[in-house]
Design a protein around this ligand. Structure first.
Ligand SMILES: [Zn+2]
Length: 331
């Protein structure tokens, strides 16, 4: 099997090609982006400018998607210690949060003095969606290059609930802990708006409602909310794209907040027990690991070594973990 000599993508990845040195087409494209450090500084400045205008205008400065995993824990600390923001942390409970991650969430939010809410849709609903996503892909092939069908459904809920909650509460920023492999610096500071929100909703919720067999409008913006002025819409920010990202340094730092490793999750997640199963289904269906694209991006950004990334996507999932998920989903 041909594997890129620079990142970790192999010949099974859709549309990939290799040059004479064995460097993949995605690495070649990434190289064409102008100086990454300069780009990072630009987006950092853009965020700071917006903060000056909008900080203090709502009951909280930022609503943060807090999974309790290592990246979002680090991001939460950054918002508080680096930017002195008043954060409301929100955790989407998909029914599969590791009990160790729940402990981490409580410990870290208390340590940092952060208000926190859980949102847990009823499990029968999520079970229908995840079980269907396990049987067939619910999204176009392009989306499947970056994450599994199960992960994509879950994240769609998270993003939508965050946007709706921020608008309801009048919170001017929404924060995410996307790694530099998950989301590029060019999208790291983005004003959401009615047109974009409407397009995103149309590409996601009808699929979910069809699978769920019910109206899910309580999770997304109503027509009235969509007709509010742009100024009422939050700015999305994911600062790990414009701050140096080093996985080892992040672990060391958040352990000082009392965060502990989760021994029950797979190597690509530090909060979700569903992930190992979602990965296995995707790998069997598509022939490439759903984290390959993200890990390749982190390797290019210098966040982990190529060898560490390869190990993460090659480690076979725990059979016991996968079986317990299968049973819980009734498969
Ligand atoms: Zn590559």
């Amino acid at each position: 099997m041909k594997v890129c000599s620079r990142c970790i993508l192999d010949e099974k990845f859709p549309g990939i090609s290799f040059d004479d040195q064995g460097v993949c087409s995605l690495c070649q494209r990434a190289q064409m982006v102008r100086d990454r450090n300069q780009l990072m500084a630009e987006y950092r400045a853009r965020f700071e400018e917006l903060l000056e205008k909008r900080q203090g205008t709502g009951p909280y400065d930022i609503l943060m998607a807090y999974s309790g995993g290592k990246d979002s824990t680090y991001t939460l600390e950054l918002f508080i210690k680096r930017y002195d923001l008043r954060v409301l942390a929100l955790t989407f409970d998909n029914g599969f949060i590791s009990p160790f991650a729940i402990e981490n969430i409580q410990c870290v939010t208390d340590q940092l003095g952060v208000d926190h809410i859980f949102i847990r849709p009823n499990f029968p609903l999520l079970k229908r969606i995840f079980a269907t996503a396990a049987r067939r892909d619910l999204f176009p092939p392009k989306a499947m290059e970056r994450a599994s069908s199960i992960c994509t459904s879950c994240i769609g809920f998270v993003k939508s609930i965050l946007l709706k909650t921020a608008m309801e509460k009048g919170i001017p920023f929404v924060g995410f802990g996307w790694s530099p492999g998950q989301a590029p610096v060019q999208s790291s500071v983005m004003q959401t708006n009615p047109r974009l929100a409407s397009l995103t909703q149309k590409s996601f919720w009808p699929r979910m409602e069809k699978v769920a067999g019910e109206d899910l409008s309580r999770f997304y913006l109503s027509r009235q909310e969509l007709s509010r002025p742009v100024a009422d819409f939050p700015v999305n920010v994911h600062p790990l794209a414009f701050y140096p990202y080093d996985e080892e340094a992040i672990r060391t730092r958040i352990q000082r907040l009392g965060w502990q490793e989760t021994p029950d999750t797979d190597p690509n997640s530090s909060n979700c027990l569903l992930n190992a199963f979602a990965n296995q289904v995707h790998l069997q269906r598509w022939g490439f690991h759903p984290y390959a694209w993200e890990m390749a991006g982190i390797v290019r950004a210098g966040g982990i070594s190529r060898e560490q990334a390869l190990a993460k996507i090659h480690e076979p999932p725990s059979g016991q973990l996968v079986e317990s998920v299968r049973a819980k989903l009734g498969l």
